[in-house]
Design a binder for this molecule. Structure first.
Ligand code: ADP
Ligand code: ADP
Ligand code: ZN
Length: 206
């Protein structure tokens, strides 16, 4: 099963992707995670990516497409994959159409005015990547799954998030129509609790 998770920053793509990957035993491929690990290792890709991510802008298509193309060629993607955060531009979607055929595109829909709080309150596990929110953490500072330290992403500050939401509207939202035209779009209400969203998605995916 080849699935794309579409949605604005903070819509819950990562949260759902972790759970879906476990349920369907397919790899969770997050371009954001790939960039962050490159930044940590100070690779050439990481150095380029950081300059864009810090400003809330998208990393250039050529760089991003190449990374995903190579990743999807790996053996573990033969039976399917879950793309989280890719594609984010029409050019990326068109490139993906050339090298892979996705089955379904799940669009997680959350009212824009709720996203700022979701993202600025996000805390992520530095070890396993699980997402949490300060509203539900009750002051806890360690990951429930692996005891890793919870951190705030450098780009999860109000100013950068504002920019990312603008970029989403301009460059990523048009993908909804792109996939609707192909008959691949499945819209899910992302404003319910995490389990309700998960159930709505798995009902569609089987
Ligand atoms: P994305 O990967 O789309 O940017 P995340 O999955 O990291 O989004 O979620 C963003 C923030 O919102 C996190 O703090 C996460 O804990 C929280 N969150 C995710 N899904 C829900 C939900 N259904 N209801 C409330 N908060 C959620
Ligand atoms: P979000 O919570 O906004 O969904 P991600 O972890 O998916 O965050 O992405 C973080 C940043 O990495 C983005 O703001 C962007 O700069 C960069 N990035 C991730 N995926 C892509 C992509 N497909 N194309 C271009 N830039 C990307
Ligand atoms: Zn963890």
């Amino acid at each position: 099963m080849k699935v794309i998770l579409l949605g604005a920053p903070g819509a819950g793509k990562g949260t759902q992707a972790v759970r879906l990957a476990e349920r369907y035993k397919i790899p969770h491929i997050s371009t954001g995670d790939i960039f962050r690990s490159n930044i940590k290792e100070k690779t050439p890709i990481g150095i380029v990516a950081k300059s864009y991510i810090d400003k809330g802008q998208l990393v250039p298509d050529e760089v991003t497409i190449q990374i995903v193309r190579e990743r999807l060629e790996k053996d573990d993607c033969k039976n399917g994959y879950l793309l989280d955060g890719f594609p984010r531009t029409v050019s990326q979607a068109e490139a993906l159409d050339e090298f892979s055929t996705v089955d379904v595109v799940v669009n997680i829909d959350v009212p824009l005015h709720k996203l700022m709080r979701r993202i600025t309150g996000r805390r992520v596990c530095g070890k396993c990547g699980e997402s949490y929110h300060i509203d539900y953490l009750g002051g806890k500072t360690a990951c429930e799954k692996c005891d890793g330290e919870l951190i705030q992403r450098a780009d999860d500050n109000e100013e950068t998030v504002g920019k990312r939401l603008e970029v989403y509207e301009k460059q990523t939202a048009p993908l909804i129509e792109h996939y609707e035209k192909k008959g691949k779009l499945f819209n899910v209400d992302g404003d319910g609790d995490i389990n309700a969203v998960f159930n709505a998605i798995t009902e569609r995916l089987g």
